[in-house]
Design a protein around this ligand. Sequence first.
Ligand code: UFG
Length: 356
Amino acid sequence: MRVLVTGGAGYIGSHTLVELLGQGHEACVVDSYDNGSPIALDRVRGLTNGHLEAHEADIRDTARLTAIATAFAPDAVIHFAGLKAVGESVARPVDYYDVNVTGTLSLMRAMAAAGCGRIIFSSSATVYGEPEYLPYDEAHPLRPTSVYGQTKRMAEQILTDWAAADPAATVMLLRYFNPVGAHASGRIGEDPHDIPNNLMPYLAQVATGQRDRLVIHGDDYDTPDGTGVRDYIHVVDLARAHVAALDRAAGVTGAEVYNIGTGRGTSVREMVAAFSRAVGRALPVTVGPRRPGDIAAMEADCSLARQMLGWQAQYGIDDMARSLWVWQSANPEGYRGAAGESRASQTPSSEIRPKP
Ligand code: UFG
């Protein structure tokens, strides 16, 4: 299929491109490079064969998006582009609603103009909010506790309403749990631009000496070792879930929602132990207070994805830890450390700008 990938130069987008191209799909990336890198796309090209084109564009620029989509004529869209920091979303609500909700509407208009009615949407387990029961299944009530979570819930609702209004449309909402790790080659991985908020990228920077120590945000939760429990999923497994959803989207209509995790919870201390094994030494860790807004534990019920998409996660936490270390040790500065590499990835803007 011809797949338009928004946010394809980001962490999950770049890993998904490798799997898509590996399965013979063709891809056109639209990315603002706010939180992604054209170098990631060059490296995806180095790992794969096949058609990959890229355009620098903001998801809210409907005219430009329409020109790109009309020229590429996609069979489907995978929509990753968006802002994703929970804490920042509470401080910058207008930006988060604008990029994540207005941006999704902008994309839908471009899709309509290009005659494309199939979309796979990058959603998040954060739409569930405080668990009423665990593991979360897809029928769990949606009560997100952050602005970020609200934007994902709203975009899900908009896409669901759109599918209801068009009998030919297909929407796949993928609710990710906690993606970690990197491609086995160590060529692509997560590259946070600021101080990492998330556990594993932070820990990776502790291992390279860029951060002094990891602070565990509370060890007095009602969990087996007192630290927070999450359902960590290898980013390559997550990437493959998109390919499985794309295959299914080709044969069905309507809106479907899937949890994408492993179904296994792992504590902060267990993740630290796994990463220390991968690095080969103990890493400095202290315990601090709880982080406001954190919940004690979450795990996914992934049986629906297994049943309907024929997909399930293959990798465990040691694979996640090892692959993260391969990436981080080879790229301690992320893609900034590779600034001299070719940046020939973009199609010149003039080729796809609409005529005035
Ligand atoms: N943690 C620490 N120290 C740190 C960072 C995190 O102890 O420096 C702990 C947290 O308290 C939590 C666990 O590690 O118990 C995981 O925290 P992350 O920040 O890595 O991930 P979250 O589960 O908080 O959030 C992630 C994404 C969200 C997404 C959510 C969905 O960041 O975007 O998963 O479940 F919404």
